[in-house]
Each structure stands twice: as C-alpha cells, then as structure tokens.
Design a protein around this ligand. Structure first.
Ligand code: DC
Length: 219
C-alpha cells in the first residue's frame, strides 16, 4: 500500500516575518507537530562549518551529508533537528551560520535532503512546517498554505528585539533570487501581512481560514 502524508500546514515567508511565533502557537492550539525547516538548513550549515568544509563547495557538502543522517527528536510537540547524532540547537543562530545559511541552502542536493526529511516526517505526524518553499515546492498538494510577511522596518525591529545579528536584507535577496526553489508566494496561499498584528491575531486569521478550507478544528 502506498504511504500517505498526514495533514500539512505550510507557513512560508521571509526572515523575521513572524513565522516561528505563529507556527508554534498554532501547533499548541491544534496539536500538530511543529517543524522549522530553516533550522534544518541551519543545522547543515553549522555541521559543515564545524567540519571545515567550504560552504561554497556543493559537491563536497553533498558527499558529507551522505554520512551525516538528519533525524528529529520530538520535544513538546516540536521536531528538533539532530544531525549525525548531535542536537545543534545552541549554534543555529551563530553569526557564521547566519552568514552562510542562504548560500548553503541554494544547492539543489541540499534542498533534496531537506525535502526528503520533511516528507518522512509527514508520513508519521500532522505537521505545521515553516520555511520558504513549503507550500510552493515541498508540499505543493497541501490545501493549507499561508504566506506571512511584514514590512522591512518591522522585521528589522523584531530581529533587534531578539538581540540577533542577522543581515536579513541580504538573506532576503539570496533566498528570493536563487534559481532552485526561491522564496515565492504559492499561487493558492493565503497571504497575511503581520506588520500591525499580534501573534494571536495572526493565529486567529489562520484558524478561520483553515475552518473555511474544511480542516476539522474543535471549538
Ligand atoms: O527561517 P530561517 O531564517 O531560519 O531560515 C534560514 C535560511 O534557510 C534562509 O535564509 C533560507 C533557508 N531556507 C530555505 O531555503 N528554505 C526553507 N524552506 C527554509 C529556510
């Protein structure tokens, strides 16, 4: 019998648009497992930097990933990324990772590894997956697609409030202009500008839309 994906809610958008906070709160309210696909790209970037692999050498990265399994540890309804047996959570926001992750994530082979991991997760859980290409490329058949955005000023303020150094304009450019799976709005995605909204307001809009789409939700 052919395996089938569980339900997948895709939340895409640029850096600091509010994806993570919204996806976490949605996961709490709906009981779906939360997956941050950006964290998987960050884990890969951290891993290859730590192994002193050139982050611009796609072939070498692909080779290294063949012997570094990417798995997940379910904790509080969130699938945390584990690479080669190590949970790199404390390093995912390191400056060197912020700087190199957009470059590493442009390699098609790296994207393939991440997509396969996400597909595997969707064979065993209902998921809320945040990222850049989740609704457009990784799960194009899910009806539950959202694209969250915010003005550049608001996104910069959010990063500053988090105390992270992150060249988001530079990453936006790289994420939107790469040839493979660039950041785009999937044609059937519901677009939400979060600039002037609280997390709860965004979550309410998403839940209203999910109900409209027929997702069975209690209350
Ligand atoms: O969401 P984030 O800022 O943590 O993502 C880090 C980087 O990973 C981002 O600059 C681009 C890449 N990414 C991607 O290419 N595709 C995804 N689905 C998620 C993230």
């Amino acid at each position: 019998m052919q395996e089938q994906f569980y339900r997948v809610i895709a939340i895409d958008g640029p850096a600091a648009s509010g994806k993570s906070s919204v996806a976490r709160e949605l996961s709490r309210q709906l009981g779906f497992v939360y997956v941050n696909s950006g964290a998987i790209y960050r884990a890969i970037t951290w891993y290859i930097l730590q192994k002193r692999i050139d982050p611009e050498d796609g072939e070498c990265i692909t080779e290294v990933l063949k012997s570094a399994p990417i798995t997940g540890a379910l904790q509080d309804n969130e699938l945390r990324v584990v690479i080669d047996g190590v949970d790199p959570a404390d390093h995912l926001r390191d400056d060197c990772v912020n700087e190199k992750v957009a470059g590493v994530s442009q390699f098609p082979e790296v994207r393939q590894v991440v997509a396969e991991k996400l597909h595997k997760d969707a064979y065993s859980h209902n998921l809320i997956v945040e990222g850049r290409d989740i609704g457009s490329v990784v799960f194009p058949d899910t009806p539950y697609k959202f694209y969250v955005d915010a003005s550049p000023q608001v996104r910069l303020q959010r990063r500053a409030a988090q105390g992270w150094r992150d060249e988001i304009a530079q990453r936006d450019r790289a994420d939107s202009s790469r040839p493979v799976s660039p950041l785009v709005i999937a044609k059937d995605a519901c677009v939400i500008d979060t600039s002037l909204l609280t997390i709860d307001e965004v979550v309410s809009q998403i839940i209203a839309r999910l109900k409209q789409l027929g997702l069975p939700i209690a209350s």
